[in-house]
Design a protein around this ligand. Structure first.
Ligand code: GDP
Ligand code: IMO
Ligand code: MG
Length: 420
């Protein structure tokens, strides 16, 4: 059996979409296992760009693509994404959805917006796609699942119960307009009719595939530092980017961590290695660091290996894929953060106290940079010596080998060091 999990090791946008697409070439199944359309995963094929929000990033290949039980699905976004791919000539008949996945409802999106707008200093900087409220309903056992879309009488009853409660909050707490039951029911009936044939119990399918030695890629959205359990809480998303596929950890052979050669984050929250001013802006421009979902400028900073070590440990990584190292060409001396200093004490491990991170100063190791354009390099030996030193140092610090180095956004721009 071969189950490979691909996860983000920082605050998201590491290039997971690209790497999944590269690995999906030989995958029998690609399973997206958590998050929702807060994700934006970019795949570039011969210069043509695809941004995937809900569909697994292996969708441009032939393997079966599954939206797993841990995902929250906005059916309208899903239908738009499927239609947009079909218009561009891509296949979509191999996309299936878990009947256990939760459904994002219009009141989730509304509540996400209202909470953010009214939160003042407490705002998280969410994508306002309804992710938090949908997961909140799931955990509070009020959620509506894909399986409910297969029986619209059941769906209507759950909608009525939920909407009455949500409209109380929308009108009485936030003073906003209530949402209309009939419109939501009509819209969701239409969505159900269009996706019903794709809704199945995906758990036996995926487990059978693993038992039959098929290659199954599990695609995480977001990343460790946005994880509800391990991230910079409360500045995190509402799911766990390490779980949610419905298979035992015993069936996972490889943990592949995608790590950008520097760090970015979107939204609020502490960011110890953040670069402010002109240099940060330069990295943003060179890396094209603008959110794939919201278009917001991403905050940029040096590579933080306190985060890298933490991600390697929690995810049990067997392989690291470094992305966007081409962006570092010509930047001069490079810095890697190996520890934090807080109130005179050195921390080599990620502390739980998020407030403390605002006071943390990065402890940097400096490494010489390189000037060469490396976007066309295909072989490790052809990389500039200082670039190799940078990669070696990452391996040493995090204690996990680097298997692939991505040197540009296109599917073809990779250096394979070890076979994954
Ligand atoms: P994801 O959310 O982890 O899938 O990452 P995003 O797609 O949101 O952001 C990564 C961005 O970097 C996208 O625009 C990719 O096309 C681009 N990208 C991925 N790998 C590389 C790389 O090695 N070099 C460069 N220059 N761009 C890359
Ligand atoms: P991918 O999969 C980067 C961030 C938001 C916000 C916080 C909570 O493309 O890497 P949410 O809407 O999830 O409640 O927002 O999480 N966030 C992401 N940042 N990449 C993502 O996904 C993200 N998904 C959520 O910016 O700070
Ligand atoms: Mg992204």
């Amino acid at each position: 059996m071969a189950g490979y999990v691909v996860v983000g090791t920082q605050w998201g946008d590491e290039g997971k979409g690209k790497i999944i697409d590269v690995l999906a070439d030989r995958a029998d199944y690609v399973v997206r296992f958590q998050g929702g359309n807060n994700a934006g995963h970019t795949v570039v094929v011969n210069g043509e760009k695809f941004i995937l929000k809900l569909l697994p990033s292996g969708v441009l290949h032939g393997g079966t693509c599954i939206i797993g039980p841990g995902v929250v699905v906005d059916p309208k976004v899903l239908l738009d994404e499927l239609a947009s791919l079909e218009t561009r000539g891509a296949r979509t008949d191999h996309v299936l959805i878990s009947d256990r996945a939760h459904v994002i409802m219009p009141y989730h999106v509304k509540l996400d917006e209202l909470k953010e707008v009214n939160a003042g200093e407490m705002k998280i900087g969410t994508t306002k796609k309804g992710i938090g409220p949908c997961y909140a309903d799931k955990i509070w056992r009020d959620g509506i699942r894909m399986v409910d879309l297969l029986d619209m009488d059941k769906f209507a009853k759950k909608l009525k119960y939920n909407l009455e409660a949500k409209n109380e909050i929308i009108t009485k707490i936030y003073g906003a307009e209530p949402l209309d039951y009939d419109k939501i029911l009509a819209d969701y009936t239409e969505y159900a009719n269009k996706i019903r044939h794709r809704i199945i119990d995906t758990i036996p399918v995926v487990n059978k595939a693993l038992d039959e030695d098929k290659l199954v890629l599990f695609e995480g959205a977001q990343a460790l530092m946005l994880d509800i359990n391990y991230g910079t809480y409360p500045f995190v998303t509402s799911s766990s980017p390490t779980t949610g596929a419905g298979v035992s950890p015993r069936k996972i052979d490889k943990g592949i961590g995608v790590m950008k050669a520097y760090t970015t984050r979107v939204g609020e929250g502490p960011f110890v290695t953040e670069l402010h001013g002109e240099f940060g802006e330069k990295v943003r421009q060179l890396g094209g660091e603008y959110g794939a979902v919201t278009g917001r400028p991403r905050r940029c900073g040096w590579l933080d290996l306190v985060v890298g070590k933490y991600a390697t440990m929690i995810n049990g990584l067997t392989d690291i894929v470094i992305t966007k190292i081409d962006v570092l060409s010509g930047l001069g001396t490079l810095k890697i953060c190996t520890a934090y200093e807080v109130d005179g004490e050195i921390y080599e491990f990620m502390p739980a106290d998020t407030e403390m991170l605002y006071r943390a100063k990065p402890v940097y190791e400096e490494l010489p940079g390189w000037d060469e354009d490396i976007t066309q390099v295909k072989c490790y030996d052809d990389l500039p010596e200082n670039c190799k030193k940078y990669l070696k140092r990452i391996e040493e610090i995090v204690g996990c080998p680097i298997s692939v180095v991505s040197v540009g956004p296109d599917r073809s721009q990779n250096i394979h060091i070890r076979e994954i």
